[in-house]
Structure formats: structure tokens, C-alpha cells
Design a protein around this ligand. Structure first.
Ligand SMILES: Nc1ncnc2c1ncn2[C@@H]1O[C@H](COP(=O)(O)OP(=O)(O)OP(=O)(O)O)[C@@H](O)[C@H]1O
Length: 733
């Protein structure tokens, strides 16, 4: 089946009312059955007497409402989503043509775009499914939302100040999917909850005013809606991906300043790569250049099974003439892409097929199919195809891109849940481990029908559970490390940033390699080290070690870091004369003196080079240049004397809670609530500092801040801040 491409011509904006309209919609004389135009006509830019026409599945004219577009194009796909197919919806077009209006829409009910309407339809369907099955099927909805800005991936569920400069890393899983490491997955049970999350996340999206659009999106935004249907026997996961691409910009018309130009060139480059991918697919080239940009890489590998609808947004006026022509040409090439349909099979919660044989959850058994151009350059109409298939199970779903690499059937098989898996009945496992890999005809029902979780566990092999746990741990650690790094990350020099990017690219280029995750950990270790966060760096290097067994250089580096942390801990304990410093205190950036030490230490970064002859020599070549540069931000000197806190009445500071003054007790109580709002309300504490404090507290697990000196040691806090916070508290006696 081909990608379904529909065109939407936006109405004239207020300032365009007197402008020349050149884009028109026409009905095809060949197909009178269609109640909507299918042709877009546009004059030849060289001579108005000639015109070009482009045929699509449907064309929505200026008057078309959000409701009409949704009802005709998206609503029919919702049932497929619940039948296990993935769904991808793209909005494409140049800047100011209505992509965000189409996808997100306005605030009024009538103005709501495709995304809120889709979610509304999904929640309605969830209720219907649960009702129709008498509660036997439960449906869970979860969201991921990220943007690709200047070829970097950022989680839109995280505030911008928490971002690492280099963004979230992406890598190819062994299952052939592209994974964004460290994305937040938000469970979202109701439409109301969705609206809150979505609105909040959209505030985090990069938008700016340009000459062509007052609210121009400067990034590609991708919302993934994960739908999990759980019955007693099966789990079926499918995903809807809604992609609001940033619009291409003709910078002769934008008057963009330097910053906008940088964004614009990143946007144009990624869209150019997208067009190249489409061309390469159409020309049946073996190499599809999807790796040339993060956007194409993520879209091609991550969203490539299921139904795909592309909405081509067009502006009607002459001002957009060349851009419109380019968009129409691109869309025409896209609609020729024929894609394979792959239905996400349910996970049989108590099935008899051995996991190793099926390599199921990660989808290793589903070889991604290369895309082929259609012989005829027109789109298949989904409804007609539906009719043809009456009574039959629909054919496999389709998507925009797909690489031709066949995922390995080896390795861990429990990475994600959106691919088919046969769950193993523990009672039958031994007998059936050698059984054929064909789908069993009968499902096993758990004796304990009320215990879904227990049934699930019992149905999995020990090996598979271990693989899943280890994967989750890796993901969580990577996520945590990225979050840690994001807190008050000092600005990196352009050169250092370039080197980090370079290393990351090299790491990505080697993702296929087994030691790919090891390199990721090393990279993150490097990033922490450049920020002077030794504990986090050590953790990352320790995680990397199993991937480079026997690498004496890495071992030496770890030993040195351990030693450095120990001596720092000793120095701090000696200074405080109090309880030993908590590990989290060590998360704070190193004081200048010690940073210099780290800096010197970094000169032997080439020690990190994996063993001679390893594939990774090149990846590390740039490591030796990772010298710490003094950040602009001032750092506290650890050699300075720690403050002695005194209350106004002159009572000496004391670590014993019973001897602490009411003001101190109250301050510590507020801090230990870990409640950002309460902490932010303290005198001298802004949102950033409150956030940093809470992050430190979270790192300390259940450990409480017991005294003021301990509080002063937290990252981002100093003696002066503590005194300001404390004296700002009013105590009722
Ligand atoms: N169908 C429509 N009906 C009414 N207004 C529309 C429609 N489509 C677009 N607009 C208006 O046109 C303007 C530009 O739309 P929008 O911001 O969605 O463009 P865009 O393609 O997302 O641009 P960019 O790529 O720069 O983000 C907005 O003011 C929007 O409200």
C-alpha cells in the first residue's frame, strides 16, 4: 500500500486578502465517485499560460474545516490502530502554510487539530473496547513527545533548562529500530490529562517569530501515542506518531537574523535529506541516506510500520509560488512510495513458543521490508482498499520509510513491547522449548485470572526477565545520567561542543556494534567529567567497563576517579567535622582547584582508547582533545572555610536536631519535603536553584539534610544562600 497523501490549501490570512490566489483545487474527470477534489493546479512560474497539476488522494480547499479533515482522513485509521497497526501522520509544507494549525489547531472546539481529535477518538475507543469486552480488555495510553531542533533531540516533557546542550542521544537497537535514549514516557489516562500535558509540552517547543510566520515552529515535533491493550491472554501494543515538521524556508524572503538562519539551515537541511531519502527510495537505490539527519533517521527507522497519512499544507498566494511547487513535487514523489504493512501481533501472555526462537518483542522476526516505488503514480484509497478486503484480515500496514537492513535474530528479545512476542507458559516451557515456532492454535489461560501481573511473570523465561530488567536499568541509568548532566550544565565552548557532537556521531555510527552502549556510557562519562561531576562520570565509566573487558586504560581511569572522589570526601569530612558527606554532595561541580586537577588528568584521555586493533580507535581519537576548559560560571572554592551558621539570638550552630533553633528546624523541614514549590518560596531561591536542590535531594535517596552545613554543601547552594533562606523565615513563637 502506498503512503496516503492529501493536500490542504489554507485560507487567506488577514494580510493576504488582497493578494493573488494561484493554487486551486479541481476534481478529476477520471474519478467521479470521489466527492472531493483530487487535483491541485498551479501556474508555471515562468509563464502563467501554462499550469501544472498534481493528483492526490484528496484535496482540502480553503473552506475545509478541521472536523472534515479529521473525519475523512484520520478517523477511519483509529480502528486499525486498535487492530494492532501503527499509524503515522505527517504535516509537511513550507513555513506558514498551516502545519501546526492542522496538527495542533486552536483552542476552540471547532479549531482543534488532528492531534487532540485523534486523542479524543482514542479515548472514546478505549472506553468502547473496555465496554464491549465487559472489562476483559484494559487499554492503557502513554505519551512520548520530543522535538528535533538543529539536529538535536529534546524531550518536550522536560523544561528547556533541563536540556543537555547536545540533546538526547539516539541509537539503533539490535531490533533495527531507532531509539531516543532517555525519553520520558507519560502514562495518560484521560483526555483532560492529555490536554494538560500537551499544552505544557508545547510551551517547551522551540518557536519564534519570523517574517513569514509570527509563531513559526523551529523544530520538528513528534508525539508518540502508545496504546496497550491488555487481556488475560494477550498484550497488544500499537503506536500513533504525529509529526509536525518544521517548514522549509526561503531565506531570501525571511529576513532571518543569525540565530533564525542557523535554525533555518538545520530545518532546510533535514528536509532536503528527507527529499533525498524519498528520491533514493523511488530510484530503488540500495543506500537510503536516512542517517544524514536525525529527523530522517528517527522517522525512517522508528515509525516505519503501519498506516501513513501525509498532509501537505499549501498557502494559496503567489508569494509562495516556488515553495508551493517544490512542496507539490516532493509530495508527488512521496505518494509513489509503496510500503509494506506490518501488523503488531499481540503478545500471547501464556503461549507455548520459546522466546529465543521467536525473538519476538524486539520484532527481530519482522524483517523490515525495503520500500518500492509504485508503478502507477496514484495513491491507494484506504476506504476502497477496505472494501476490497471485506471480511478479510487487513494486509500488513504501510509506512513512509524503511531501510533494507534485516534485523538480527540474535540478542536480547525483550527491548520493547510494540512487536510481537509469544509468552511462554512456565509449566510447558521445558517440553515446548524445542517446539516449532509457528503460532499455537490455542492460548493458555492462566488459572489465576485475577492476577494479571503474576500471570505475566510466570509466562516469561528467567532469561527474558533478566534481559528486560538489564535493559530497563541501562535505560534508567542513561536517563538519570542525562538528567543529572542537565542540571545547571555550564555553557560549553563551541569547540568542546563540536567535539562532543563529533564523538556522539562516531558513537552513533557504531551503534550496530555490540559495544555501542559502552561507547554511549563513555561519552556520557566524558560529558560529566567536563562538567566536573566526578561521581556521575565514575558511574558511567563503570557501566562502560563490561563492554571493554580488560581495558587497562579504562580501569586505570576508574581507579583514579575513585581515588579522587575518596580524597575529596575525606577533605570535605575533615572540613565539616560532621557526619560524612553524602554522595550527592559530590555531584556538585568540582571547585576550581580540583577541576584543574581533572583537567590535567584529562590529558591522558587517550588512555580511554579501547584495546589496540579495536574498531573504536577512531572514535576515541578525539577524546584526547577533551580538555576541561574553565567555564564562565564562577565555582566555589572548596578551600574556603565553611560558614558557621548562627541564629539571630547568637545560639551556635548545632547538628543535633533537638538543639537546633526553630528557624533552622523549619528550614530543614522545608528542604526535606523535596517540594519544589515550598523550596522556591524560600528567600533567595529561584526556580532553578529549587530545582537543583530537589535533584540533589532525590540523588540522596532517603537521606535527609540534617544540618545547615550539609545544606550548604548541596549543589547550587552556599553558606550565603543558606543564611538568606534561614533569615527569610518568620517563626511564630
Ligand atoms: N486552515 C486554516 N484555517 C485558519 N487559519 C489557518 C489555517 N491554516 C493556517 N492558518 C493560520 O496560518 C498561520 C500559519 O499557520 P501555522 O503556524 O500552522 O504554519 P506552519 O506551517 O506550522 O508554519 P511553520 O513551519 O513556520 O511553523 C497561523 O496564523 C494559522 O492560524
Amino acid at each position: 500500500m502506498s503512503v496516503r497523501v492529501v493536500a490542504r490549501i489554507r485560507p487567506l490570512l488577514k494580510h493576504e486578502l488582497d493578494k493573488d490566489t494561484i493554487v486551486t483545487a479541481e476534481s478529476s474527470t477520471d474519478d467521479i465517485t470521489k466527492d472531493r477534489p483530487t487535483i491541485v493546479r498551479l501556474p508555471n512560474p515562468k509563464t502563467d499560460s501554462e499550469s501544472f497539476s498534481f493528483q492526490f488522494s484528496s484535496v482540502y480547499e480553503q473552506e475545509a474545516t478541521q472536523q472534515e479533515l479529521f473525519d475523512s482522513e484520520i478517523s477511519p485509521t483509529v480502528k486499525h490502530l486498535f487492530n494492532g497497526f501503527d499509524l503515522s501522520i505527517f504535516a509537511h509544507g513550507c513555513t506558514g502554510t498551516g502545519k501546526t494549525h492542522t496538527m495542533r489547531g486552536g483552542k476552540t472546539l471547532a479549531d482543534r487539530g488532528v492531534i487532540p481529535r485523534l486523542l479524543s477518538a482514542i479515548y472514546r475507543r478505549c472506553k468502547k473496547v473496555e465496554k464491549d469486552t465487559g472489562g476483559a480488555t484494559q487499554v492503557e495510553v502513554a505519551l512520548e513527545y520530543f522535538e528535533i531542533y538543529c539536529d538535536r533531540v529534546y524531550d518536550l516533557f522536560e523544561p528547556p533548562e533541563k536540556r543537555t546542550p547536545s540533546g538526547l542521544p539516539i541509537r539503533d537497537s539490535s531490533k533495527g529500530k531507532t531509539v531516543v535514549v532517555g525519553l520520558t514516557e507519560k502514562p495518560c489516562a484521560t483526555l483532560k490529562e492529555f490536554e494538560q500535558l500537551y499544552d505544557q509540552a508545547n510551551v517547551n517547543r522551540s518557536t519564534s517569530a519570523t517574517k513569514l510566520n509570527a509563531h513559526s515552529s523551529r523544530s520538528h515535533a513528534i508525539l508518540c501515542v502508545k496504546i496497550t491493550q491488555i487481556t488475560e491472554d494477550t498484550i497488544r501494543v500499537s503506536r500513533a506518531s504525529c509529526i509536525d515538521l518544521a517548514g522549509s524556508e526561503d531565506n531570501r524572503r525571511t529576513d532571518n537574523n543569525k540565530e533564525r538562519l542557523v535554525e533555518s539551515s538545520a530545518i532546510n537541511k533535514s528536509l532536503f535529506v528527507l527529499a533525498q531519502c524519498v528520491d533514493a527510495i523511488n530510484k530503488k537505490q540500495t543506500r537510503i541516506p536516512y542517517r544524514e539527519s536525525k529527523m530522517t533517521r528517527i522517522l525512517s527507522l522508528g515509525q516505519n510500520s503501519g498506516l501513513t497519512v501525509m498532509i501537505l499544507n499549501l498557502a494559496p498566494t503567489r508569494a509562495y509560488h516556488l515553495d508551493t511547487l517544490a512542496s507539490l513535487n516532493f509530495a508527488s514523489r512521496t505518494k509513489k512510495i509503496e510500503v509494506s504493512e506490518v501488523e503488531n501481533d499481540p503478545i500471547y501472555r501464556a503461549m507455548t513458543k520459546p522466546l529465543a526462537a521467536t525473538s519476538s518483542i524486539g520484532g527481530a522476526t519482522i524483517a523490515r521490508q525495503p520500500l518500492r516505488p509504485l508503478a502507477a503514480a496514484h495513491n491507494a484509497n484506504m476506504q476502497e482498499v477496505e472494501k476490497k478486503k471485506q471480511g478479510q484480515k487487513p494486509n500488513k500496514a504501510f509506512s513512509v520509510y524503511s531501510d533494507s537492513r534485516k534485523p538480527s535474530t540474535r540478542g536480547s528479545n525483550l527491548a520493547t513491547l510494540n512487536q510481537p512476542i509469544r509468552r511462554v507458559d512456565t509449566h510447558k516451557r521445558a517440553a515446548e522449548s524445542s517446539a516449532s515456532t509457528s503460532r499455537p492454535t490455542k492460548t493458555y489461560r492462566s488459572a489465576d485470572s485475577t492476577s494479571r501481573a503474576r500471570g505475566l511473570e510466570s509466562a516469561m523465561t528467567k532469561e527474558s526477565i533478566e534481559a528486560m530488567i538489564s535493559q530497563r536499568i541501562d535505560e534508567k541509568l542513561a536517563e538519570k545520567a542525562l538528567q543529572d548532566a542537565a542540571v545547571s550544565a555550564p555553557a560549553l565552548s563551541a569547540e568542546l561542543q563540536r567535539r562532543l557532537d563529533d564523538l556522539e556521531h562516531r558513537v552513533e555510527a557504531r551503534d550496530d556494534d555490540k559495544s555501542g552502549p559502552g561507547l554511549q556510557f563513555l561519552l556520557m562519562g566524558k560529558q560529566h567529567l567536563t562538567r566536573g561531576e566526578e561521581v556521575s562520570a565514575l558511574r558511567m565509566f563503570q557501566l562502560a567497563l563490561p563492554y571493554f573487558p580488560g581495558n587497562s586504560r579504562l580501569e586505570t581511569k576508574i581507579a583514579k576517579l575513585e581515588e579522587s572522589i575518596r580524597s575529596r570526601q575525606k577533605a570535605v569530612s575533615a572540613m565539616t567535622h560532621a557526619a560524612p558527606v553524602q554522595a550527592s554532595n559530590l555531584m556538585a561541580p568540582l571547585p576550581l582547584k580540583q577541576r584543574k586537577l581533572v583537567s590535567g588528568d584529562e590529558t591522558d584521555d587517550d588512555e580511554f582508547a579501547p584495546p589496540d586493533g579495536s574498531d573504536h580507535d577512531e572514535a576515541y581519537a578525539s577524546d584526547s582533545s577533551f580538555k576541561f576548559k574553565k567555564p564562565a560560571r564562577k565555582t566555589k572554592s572548596m578551600t574556603k572555610k565553611l560558614p558557621i551558621f548562627r541564629d539571630q539570638d547568637g545560639a551556635a550552630y548545632c547538628t543535633n536536631p533537638e538543639d537546633q533553633t526553630p528557624r533552622t528546624t523549619r528550614l530543614l523541614k522545608i528542604i526535606n519535603t523535596k517540594d519544589i514549590a515550598q523550596i522556591k518560596a524560600l528567600k533567595g531561591v529561584g526556580a532553578k536553584k529549587a530545582d537543583a536542590i530537589v535533584n540533589c535531594l532525590v540523588d540522596m535517596d532517603d537521606e535527609e539534610v540534617r544540618d545547615l552545613q550539609m545544606l550548604a554543601m548541596l549543589k547550587g547552594v552556599g553558606g550565603k544562600s543558606v543564611e538568606t533562606m534561614r533569615l527569610g523565615l518568620t517563626i511564630e513563637l
